[in-house]
Design a protein around this ligand. Structure first.
Ligand code: CA
Length: 233
């Protein structure tokens, strides 16, 4: 079963979360401050982190940023106030989802399951792609032929730079899924890439200019506010 790290400084809530998650069969690690959370996450490599924002020491935002330096572990933020939600969304800090306190345990468990499912799918797809080799993807008048690394739109080849192609292929293989900038960076550019997540935004813009009827109002590659992008087909 997956291992979850729960970071929360309110003892009653922490205990409630731990109890309910364990009852679902998860292994649960806990931390009550930010530094401990970072330390445990780096040492134990949990499958998902549930992270409160207001913490003693370093807050949840900083913990999130620190974890994102070397990990794409799904992070579910617990926020108490509307302004915190704005900050989560506005700063694009690399969290995958959030719930606002007070929340129902059922809702939280559903979010946890969804995040773990998405992560598992991504891993399985990656393995399947490697096993299968190359493919041809068709989305209406858009065709991605991976054998020749060529993209056709309305039957005409589209000129793409190598990274634009890699990005499009990654998005297309995960059609309908919300993909964070960090995840895209890791999978398309790789860990050793120095540039920031703005690189993703720039390449998305170039792709839209080449693939969308109206690049200002994209319908193929849509923005998911505060999170990343979703390929619609
Ligand atoms: Ca707190």
């Amino acid at each position: 079963m997956p291992t979850l790290l729960v970071v929360e400084d309110e003892p009653v809530l922490l205990e409630t979360l731990e109890y309910n998650l364990q009852r679902e069969g998860y292994q649960v690690l806990t931390a009550t401050d930010g530094w401990t959370a970072v330390e445990i996450a780096r040492r134990e490599r949990p499958d998902l982190v549930i992270l409160d924002v207001m913490l003693p020491g370093i807050d949840g935002f900083e913990v999130c940023r620190m974890l994102r330096r070397d990990s794409t572990v799904p992070i579910l933020i617990l926020t108490a106030r509307t302004e915190e939600v704005d900050k989560v969304v506005g700063l694009e800090m690399g969290a995958d989802d959030y719930v606002t306190k007070p929340f129902s345990m059922r809702e939280l468990l559903a979010r946890v399951r969804a995040l773990l499912r998405r992560e598992r799918m991504l891993r399985e797809e990656l393995a399947a792609e490697r096993a299968q080799g190359r493919e041809r993807l068709v989305f209406g008048d858009l065709v991605i032929d991976d054998a020749s690394r060529t993209v056709y739109r309305r039957g005409e080849p589209v000129s793409l730079k190598p990274k634009e192609y890699d990005l499009l292929l990654f998005l297309a293989r995960h059609r309908g899924m919300v993909l964070s900038r960090d995840l895209i960076l890791e999978r398309v550019w790789g860990w050793d890439f120095i540039g920031g997540s703005r690189t993703v935004d720039v390449h998305i813009r170039w792709l839209r200019e080449k693939l969308e009827d109206d690049p200002a109002n994209p319908t193929r590659i849509v923005t998911v506010r505060g999170v990343g992008y979703r390929f619609e087909g």
